[in-house]
Design a protein. Structure first.
Ligand SMILES: [Zn+2]
Length: 401
C-alpha cells in the first residue's frame, strides 16, 4: 500500500520525467495540484491508502479524488483534463526533446513521444485483434472509428494542437504534434487516439491541402520510411484519425505504426525483374487483394519503378473513368535488411471510395462491424495484374530494341 501523498509525489515525478518541468518546480507543481483538487480534499485524502502497484498515476489520482468528492462524469473528466495537462509539456518542449533523442536514436524518440501520449491519456490502449491467418480481426463490439463526436473539423490540421474543444469537438488540450521536414516541406507527426497498432500515427502536411499524386508522393512515402525506419508507412487515403465522421478529408497524409503491416507478411507467389530497373525485384504476392511488391536498396530506382507500375495501372483506370480526379494506388512501405519493401495494391482507386473496402482491409485488417461481404467488394475491384505484367513485358521489349 502507498499513501495518497506518495502518489502525488509520484505524479509530480512523472510530470518532470515527460520533460515539461524541472526538479525546481516540485513545490510549485504540488501547489498547482492542491489548487486543482482542493486543499481540504487533499488534506483529508493525503493520509488515505491507495493500492499498489500504481501502473497509471493519472487514473489512480483521478479515481481516488472522484470517489472521495463524489464527482459526476463531467466533473471527473474536467479533473482528468486538468491533471493530464500538467503531465503534457508544451509543444516546443516536446519537439525539442524529440529532436534531441532522434539525433541519437529514432526508436528512442518515437518511444518518448508515445510515452507522453500515453501517460496523459491522449492515446488509449492498443486494441488486441484475433489473428486469423494473415488477417487481423477485431472484436465486433469495437468500431474502428469512434464517430460519436467531432464533425466539420479536420482532425489532421495543426490548429487542433491544444484545442480545448467545443460542443462538437473532443478536448485536444493534451494533443501534441511533432514538426518535421519532409523533402523541404513542413509535415506533422501525431498519434491516433484509438490505436490498432503500437504507436499508430499520422503524418500530414502543414497546410490543409490535397495530396498531389505522381512521383512526389512516392518519394515522400519512401522518405518517411527513412525517417522512421522501424515503422511501416502507408497511404491514409480515406482513413482518418478516429473521432471523425465525414467520409473523406482532403488533407494530404500518410499513416504508420511500429513493426510490420500484416500485408508485409504475405507470401511471394513469384518473382521477376524489369530491364528498366535492374536492381529492383518484382514480387507477385499471394494476397486476398492483388498486390505487387518492389524490393530493392536503390531509393531512386525504387521510386522510379513504383511510379512506372502505378502509371501503367492508372493509365488503364483513367481511360475507363470519366472523372478527372487524381488517384494513386494504395502503397505500403517498410525497411528491412533487404532494402525497402514497397507494396502497390492493385485496386482501381476510382472505385475504392465507393466500396466498403477500406485501407485496413488492404493491409490485412478486417472490421467485422461492417455489413457488406468481402466478395461483393472484391467484385467491384478491377484486377490489374495482367495489365502490369503486360506493361512490363512491352517495356522490356522496347528496352531490347
Ligand atoms: Zn486539415
Amino acid at each position: 500500500m502507498m499513501l495518497m501523498s506518495e502518489l502525488i509525489e509520484e505524479f509530480i515525478s512523472l510530470a518532470i520525467k515527460t520533460g515539461g518541468w524541472m526538479v525546481l518546480d516540485r513545490l510549485y507543481l504540488k501547489n498547482k495540484i492542491v489548487g486543482i483538487i482542493g486543499e481540504e480534499t487533499l488534506e483529508e485524502l493525503s493520509q488515505q491508502k491507495v493500492g499498489e502497484p500504481i501502473e497509471d498515476a493519472l487514473t489512480t489520482l483521478v479515481e481516488s479524488v472522484s470517489e472521495f468528492k463524489k464527482l459526476g462524469m463531467g466533473q471527473r473528466q474536467e479533473l482528468e483534463t486538468q491533471l493530464a495537462d500538467i503531465l503534457t509539456p508544451p509543444p516546443s518542449v516536446v519537439n525539442a526533446l524529440f529532436a534531441q533523442r532522434y539525433e541519437k536514436d529514432p526508436e528512442d524518440a518515437t518511444r518518448y513521444f508515445a510515452e507522453v501520449n500515453s501517460v496523459n491519456h491522449f492515446v488509449g490502449p492498443v486494441k488486441t485483434p484475433v489473428v486469423e491467418g494473415d488477417i487481423h480481426v477485431w472484436d465486433s463490439s469495437i468500431s474502428l472509428a469512434d464517430t460519436t463526436e467531432e464533425t466539420g473539423r479536420c482532425p489532421l490540421c495543426m490548429s487542433n494542437e491544444g484545442f480545448e474543444g467545443d460542443s462538437k469537438t473532443k478536448n485536444r488540450q493534451t494533443q501534441r504534434l511533432i514538426r518535421m521536414n519532409l523533402l523541404g516541406e513542413t509535415w506533422n507527426y501525431q498519434f491516433e487516439r484509438n490505436p490498432l497498432f503500437e504507436q499508430q500515427a499520422y503524418f500530414s502536411s502543414e497546410n490543409h491541402e490535397e495530396m498531389t499524386y505522381g512521383k512526389d508522393r512516392i518519394e515522400r512515402l519512401v522518405t518517411l520510411s527513412d525517417i522512421f525506419p522501424h515503422y511501416f508507412v502507408g497511404e491514409a487515403g480515406g482513413m482518418t484519425p478516429s473521432g471523425f465522421s465525414e467520409e473523406n478529408i482532403e488533407h494530404a497524409s500518410f499513416y504508420g505504426a511500429i513493426g510490420q503491416a500484416p500485408l508485409s507478411k504475405a507470401t511471394v507467389a513469384q518473382t521477376s525483374s524489369m530491364s528498366l530497373f535492374p536492381s529492383i525485384e518484382v514480387q507477385e504476392l499471394d494476397w486476398v487483394i492483388p498486390a505487387i511488391r518492389l524490393v530493392g536498396k536503390d531509393k531512386t530506382m525504387l521510386i522510379q519503378a513504383a511510379h512506372f507500375v502505378e502509371a501503367l495501372v492508372l493509365k488503364h483506370v483513367l481511360e475507363s473513368s470519366s472523372e478527372d480526379r487524381e488517384y494513386g494506388l494504395p502503397l505500403v512501405i517498410e525497411k528491412t535488411d533487404k532494402g525497402y519493401l514497397l507494396t502497390l495494391v492493385l485496386v482501381n482507386p476510382s472505385v475504392l471510395s465507393e466500396t466498403s473496402l477500406d485501407f485496413w482491409e488492404i493491409i490485412g485488417c478486417v472490421n467485422v462491424t461492417k455489413e457488406s461481404s468481402k466478395e461483393e467488394t472484391l467484385e467491384q475491384v478491377t484486377t490489374l495484374y495482367e495489365l502490369v505484367s503486360q506493361g512490363i513485358k512491352v517495356a522490356d521489349y522496347l528496352v531490347g530494341l
